[in-house]
Design a protein around this ligand. Sequence first.
Ligand code: G3I
Length: 318
Amino acid sequence: SGLNKVAKSKGKLYFGTATDNIYLGDKPYVKILSNNNEFGQITPSNTMKWETIEPVRGTFNFTGGDEIVALAKRNRQLVRGHTCVWHSQLAPWVEAGKFDNSTLQSIIKDHTTKLVRHHKGDIYAWDVVNEAFNEDGTLRETVFLNTIGPSYIELAFRAARAADPRAKLYINDYNIDGLGDKSTGVYNLVKDFKRRGVPIDGVGLQAHLILGQIPTTIKENIQKFASLGVEVALTELDIRMELPVTPEKLKQQRKDYEAVISACSAVPACVGVTIWDLTDKYSWVPGWFEGEGAALPWDENLEKKPAYYGIVDGLNKW
Ligand code: G3I
């Protein structure tokens, strides 16, 4: 009866998907995307990123994000905003690193404020800061860290809170799905924010995963974050495999999807799951990992794969 419908019947807020504006001319695709029984939430995978939103200092372009928000409204879907501050897909004028500390602080504040305020009332949650951590749990060296120091993160969170007090504010990253050094780094940041009263509401586990290599401690990791008083979401889930696809791999993928999803099902603080687009036709994976793909629950012909039923089973698990 649909992934979102099942998720909601199990007490989750939504089951969702990312999408990109460039695919919205594909009618059969948009039909699935717009089906509220399947998806109760949408994330724009590119058009709220800095290079698109503020390509030139002080010049804002909200067109693509607005289109996704309008689509979601028509379909009664929540929107996750992605993302205010990220070192990648950053506008070249920021990346060039030619600003001093106080100037870059005001640039982050201005960018975050205008982006979040523009969508005030329309966004369930923002990935305020994306991929700020190294694998060892230290902060990644970016133009932001190098110029401002660690405080650039709280600066962005405070600006986002002021701009839309009702939006949930998330820190989002990859390879923090199971327990480990990187997860501990994020955990310590959240703990510190909570202690000092810096606004933060959630942790986004991207969950870009690999066939047969699902971390075994996702549930424990979610519980650990939840113990700090924040919610958790799986924000960019996909499970990639080496091509070609075989029936055995699809069977394994079904199991893997079930395992990840059931970890979220098991913990009330895990509010929802977003897959990083719905069909293999539009997945980012083949463009990034040579010889890999087939990471999503609908195939390139928009037919449901075994993975789809793994998600259903995972949602129904508890
Ligand atoms: O817009 C151009 C289009 O005009 C051109 O024809 C086409 C040709 O390649 O490229 C298009 O831009 C691409 C864009 O996706 C839209 O498809 C960029 O080259 C490509 O780099 C970009 O990739 C995005 C990637 O982030 C960049 O880091 C993916 O779509 C997007 O899904 C992906 O999402 C990230 C999350 O934001 C953060 N976590 C990881 C995740 C996967 O990389």
